[in-house]
Design a protein around this ligand. Structure first.
Ligand code: PGA
Length: 251
């Protein structure tokens, strides 16, 4: 049985003070989620990672990105050993905003995933098609390439414990969330791909839907057999909304 997972991707939002306030307010929330078999986590900006971890040590905390090299001449980047030093061992990889604004490719994501495996960390690997690709009926083709190229060379154990997030680019921050049928179809397809490559690791890997998830629609996604939770941007920023997301996941 896969545990449900709710993850907030804060993107470039919240100062350290605001992050700390959320983390403190989420202490009870985390207990409530855990009592209902739901794991919860957030991905603040790098500067707030330690702040959040200290304010609520039980909350899962992820970085929004990392470099694949341990150190070197990569201005503006952050490495895995630097995250580990802060006690951060989850990282979001290949978010569509990273892919479109910062030229992340399946190949660069793969390098990062391999580096995370070597450091026994947990990735949330994001995949998803653009509106143009969706309208051209190319969704599965795109998802297949992102999944196979991203996971290339990873071991079964690592894949069993990783998280994959299906986030159609056309649904992110647009208010146009994908239907639960689309989410189930693509999350199920990703599971099939993992099954072809890794056998029963497919039963363990957690696959999330992301893209305009809100308290009002989160329940619909969670009723789908292949959707194990949600990666949420806008609706994860306020504690009240985050609480409602959890409550509605349980219903
Ligand atoms: P959104 O973002 O919930 O604001 O659409 C989701 C994401 O980018 O992970």
């Amino acid at each position: 049985m896969r545990r449900k997972l709710l993850f907030g991707n804060w993107k470039m939002n919240k100062t350290q003070a605001e992050s700390k306030e959320f983390a403190k307010e989420s202490i009870e929330l985390r207990k409530f989620a855990l009592a209902n078999d739901i794991d919860i986590g957030v991905a603040p900006v790098y500067l707030s990672l330690e702040t959040v971890r200290k304010a609520n040590p039980d909350l899962i905390v992820a970085a929004q990105n990392c470099h694949f090299a341990d150190h070197g001449a990569f201005t503006g980047e952050i490495s895995i050993p630097m995250l580990l030093e802060l006690g951060v061992n989850w990282v979001i990889i290949g978010h569509s905003e990273r892919r479109s604004y910062y030229a992340e490719t399946n190949e660069s994501c793969n390098k990062k995933l391999l580096a995370l495996e070597a450091n026994k960390m947990t990735p949330i690997y994001c995949v998803g098609e653009t509106l143009e690709q969706f309208e051209a009926g190319k969704t599965k083709e795109v998802i297949k390439a992102q999944t196979l190229e991203g996971l290339n060379g990873l071991g079964k154990e690592f894949v069993s414990n990783m998280v994959i997030a299906y986030e159609p680019v056309w649904s992110i921050g647009t208010g146009k969330n994908a239907s639960k049928e689309i989410a189930e179809d693509i999350c199920g397809y990703i599971r099939e791909l993992v099954h072809e490559l890794y056998g029963d690791a497919a039963d363990k890997v957690r696959i999330l839907y992301g893209g305009s998830v809100k308290p009002e629609n989160v329940h619909d996604y969670l009723t789908q057999p292949n959707v194990d939770g949600a990666l949420v941007g806008g609706a994860s920023l306020k504690v009240d909304s985050f609480r409602q997301l959890i409550e509605n996941m349980i219903k």
